[in-house]
Design a protein around this ligand. Structure first.
Ligand code: GRG
Length: 300
């Protein structure tokens, strides 16, 4: 393994460990009533997942010299929204899956009503921690962060993308329609993670924010293209979730719409686009470029 790769692995492991501790602290204890709901919220959020969104927040925060304590809160808020989306997505009324992060899904381990409440409560907790901890010197900027996450999670972001996804099962989408769906379903939250991390720091310029947003858009779409490729190409054991589900359920994906080789090429073009977007930042963006590589070259 090269030195740069070892350094990135160590950094990633450090952020993942910090996030595990932070999430464990921020989530209500399982012994606190209502114990079933709190235990299920912890089951859905802890000990699993790559923590890609918090990693992006930490990497973007390096550009604006954001304090780690703020990044932990912003990263946790985005991760809680992500965890909620996975819990609801796995339910019988949506994707109907039994395996997530190598474990039974929340509605299987607990029950459907509890899974619904877990998602609701995780979403509320995300906004609670984002508003009750000081994340910016100017209150106006903190409000911008709350709004950014709300828009990304809502009907003009992730929830809207999920609606399009549900409605498009069994139908043929054009590449632009597919891109529109994925930019919302997956890309919006990833974009918010990058922006929130950047906004946690005080060294902010509008032009850097714009460049960073170009990076975030490319990485957000690349993430989903790779997810489509892995669904078609990797095993259930490697992914920790049911592989091959998209084609079985008749869901349009990059693989079904443009084919596997073109989807792989597209992911790599988006990786180059992301690297290009932050080129001017030089060494300050080395975590962001390494993360773009990780997101596109990952095997799970
Ligand atoms: C229910 C409102 C609502 C939205 C659900 C994001 C989403 C929308 C559904 C998840 C289904 C899915 C497999 C989407 C593809 C991209 C994605 C979010 C994959 C899982 O994210 P990872 O790989 O998961 O970051 P880990 O487990 O590593 O956190």
């Amino acid at each position: 393994m090269k030195i740069a790769e070892t350094d990135f692995q160590a950094w990633m492991g450090g952020v993942q460990a910090r996030m595990e501790t932070a999430l464990s602290r921020l989530l209500p204890a399982a012994q606190v009533a209502p114990t079933k709901l709190h235990a299920a919220m912890r089951y859905a959020s802890l000990e699993g997942g790559k923590r890609v969104r918090p990693l992006l927040a930490f990497a973007a925060g390096e550009l604006s010299e954001a304090p780690r304590e703020r990044l932990e809160i912003a990263g946790a808020a985005v991760e809680l929204i992500h965890a909620y989306s996975l819990v609801h997505d796995d339910m019988p009324c949506m994707d109907d899956d039994v395996l997530r992060r190598g474990k039974p899904t929340v509605h299987v381990e607990y029950d459907e009503a509890t899974a619904l409440l877990v998602g609701d409560a995780l979403q509320s907790l995300a906004f609670q921690i984002l508003s009750e901890n000081k994340l910016a010197d100017q209150p106006q900027r903190q409000l911008e962060m709350v709004r950014t996450l709300a828009v990304a999670a809502g009907s003009r972001g992730m929830a809207g993308g999920q609606q399009i996804d549900l409605d498009s099962t069994g139908s043929a989408l054009t590449p632009p329609e597919l891109e529109f769906m994925h930019i919302h379903k997956t890309g919006a939250l990833i974009r918010a993670a990058v922006l929130l991390g950047f906004l946690c720091g005080e060294k902010i310029s509008e032009s850097e924010k714009k460049q960073l947003d170009r990076y975030a858009k490319a990485v957000g779409l690349a993430f989903q293209v790779v997810d489509d490729v892995l669904d078609a190409d990797a095993s259930t054991a490697t992914l920790g979730k049911t592989a091959g589900k998209d084609s079985k359920q008749g869901k349009p994906t990059y693989v079904s719409v443009v084919g596997l080789p073109a989807a792989r090429r597209m992911a790599d073009e988006l990786r180059q686009e992301a690297r290009e977007a932050v080129r001017d930042f030089g060494g300050r963006a080395h975590r962001l470029t390494a993360l773009a590589d990780f997101i596109v070259l990952r095997k799970f």
